[in-house]
Design a protein around this ligand. Structure first.
Ligand SMILES: Nc1nc2c(ncn2[C@@H]2O[C@H](COP(=O)(O)OP(=O)(O)O)[C@@H](O)[C@H]2O)c(=O)[nH]1
Ligand SMILES: [Mg+2]
Length: 448
């Protein structure tokens, strides 16, 4: 089976098995759906005039993006292959409403953003199996307010969809990289997201000499170790534009360095199926922890329910058999008790009225005590300390919990007594099965 088929099959399975579960826990299935929907994506980000558009033009072999020193181009541009059309440009308003494309989620950021997204389709070999997204660069904080949408969150959303994120910076602004990195890091899967980001120092021909270059490189490394919190510095790709750079400013090894970057970008589609699996993995883990918390409340709720039921039943039977004896002295209309009537053979149906009323009253009382008092107290207690509902035995779980705690509260707040019989335990079992069996099987398939 090839990767496309595998992905199709996975998509069908995920939709059938997971969509109802996501809905049950009020979670957004859109994210999973989007990651399965479209072709591999390479996202290019970085400060303005770091050479993003120039690099893209060179990759696709056409001057499709405007370039220049001033921060002119302020749109997210999705560049991909045409289907026979010469040079089609599609506005954001069409893209976010196209069911076949994964951009529906951007509606939440508002009109202003939508008018700053577009798709350009051209024919170029590199675009046959991928799309490249050019992004507006970071500006300083004052102009950031004028954008009219939450740039960092939008960037995060694009990053979440991307199979490769190219973070570019030029030697003059090596210090500004941190913000972009932080905007995207949190949106990526905990365990593997790091591999999706590559760091690129561009315009290296503008370094006047070796010491100039070394200074920029050093600044960069320092910033990177600050932001990743790691001592080992990830590989930094170096590049320059052969069209713009003066030939005498290009050192001997640089063409090779640049080729490494291009090769890496061209390989992005081969990470696709892996990333799809990682994303599903991450999101199903999120729904799982919510399901675990809800199932635990329900488990405690049903234990409590049976405790109340047993006691209530016991009392109801006792009242049925002996209650009328206690009341006989006080209530003159009781002329024979149930037990006496059975012993003396004088039983008649009317003798049952008082015992049955007492037993029924007890059952109603028991039910009210459970639903109005005990169950509500359980919910209140659970909401006061929801982390006690799940096991948090690793950093991974604690992080996951931090992300999902609000979702758990949201789910607990609307639980009712009737939900005890709505199969929350079974839903959790289905999620566990998906993670432990289905997903594992797919991981094994792509390895083989
Ligand atoms: N010297 C030199 N200039 C470059 C290089 N790459 C881009 N430029 C110039 O830098 C300016 C900004 O480039 P652009 O691609 O528009 O940057 P963007 O804002 O990140 O898209 C343009 O004037 C480019 O010609 C490079 O490698 N070397
Ligand atoms: Mg640009």
């Amino acid at each position: 089976m090839n990767e496309t088929e595998l992905q199709k099959q996975l998509q069908a399975k995920v939709k059938k098995k997971l969509e109802p579960l996501f809905a049950r826990y009020k979670m957004d299935f859109g994210g999973i759906d989007a990651s399965l929907k479209w072709k591999p994506i390479v996202l290019i980000i970085g400060n303005y005039s770091s050479g993003k558009s120039t690099l893209i033009n060179e990759l696709v072999g056409q001057d499709i993006q405007r370039t220049g020193q001033a921060p002119t181009d302020d749109s997210f541009t999705i560049i991909t292959s045409d289907k026979g059309v010469a040079m089609a440009e599609t506005p954001g308003s069409t893209l976010v409403n196209d069911e076949k494309l994964p951009f529906g989620g951007f509606k939440q950021f508002g009109e202003k953003l939508i008018s700053h997204i577009c798709m350009k389709q051209i024919s170029s070999p590199i675009l046959e199996n991928m799309a490249i997204i050019d992004s507006p660069g970071m500006l300083d904080a004052t102009s950031e307010k004028d954008r009219g949408y939450d740039y960092m969150r939008v960037l995060g959303e694009f990053a979440r969809m991307a199979d490769l994120i190219v973070l570019m910076f030029d030697p003059h602004k090596a210090g500004t990289i941190r913000e972009s990195y932080e905007a995207i890091r949190n949106t990526l899967p905990e365990k593997s997201g790091e591999h999706r980001i590559i760091f690129v120092m561009s315009r290296i021909d503008e370094c006047d000499n070796l010491s100039d270059f070394t200074r920029s490189y050093g600044t960069l490394c320092w910033n990177m170790s600050q932001m990743t919190g790691r001592k080992d510095i990830p590989h930094i790709y170096l590049t320059y534009s052969p069209k713009v750079a003066k030939p005498e400013a290009v050192a001997r090894d640089w063409p090779q360095e640049r080729q490494q970057l291009i090769d890496k970008i061209k390989k992005a589609p081969s990470f696709r199926i892996n990333h799809v699996l990682e994303d599903i993995d991450r999101q199903v883990n999120e729904v799982q922890i919510v399901a675990q918390a809800v199932a635990e409340v329900m488990r405690r709720g049903s234990a409590l329910f049976w405790k109340y039921t047993n006691t209530t039943l016991f009392l109801a039977i006792a009242l049925f058999l002996f209650g009328d004896m206690v009341l006989a002295g006080m209530l003159p209309f009781i002329d024979q008790t149930l037990i006496a009537s059975l012993r003396g053979g004088t039983f008649e149906p009317a003798t049952l009225i008082v015992p049955a009323t007492l037993a029924l009253a007890m059952l109603i009382l028991g039910h009210l005590a459970f639903s109005k008092f005990a169950f509500r107290r359980l919910l209140k207690k659970s909401l006061a300390n929801p982390s006690a509902l799940v096991t948090l035995d690793s950093d991974y779980r604690r992080n996951l919990w931090r992300r999902m705690e609000d979702k758990v509260r949201q789910n607990l707040q609307v639980l009712k007594v009737g939900d005890l019989w709505r199969g929350y335990g079974r839903s959790l079992a289905k999620i566990d099965h998906f993670l432990g069996y289905d997903l594992k099987m797919y991981y094994e398939k792509i390895v083989s």
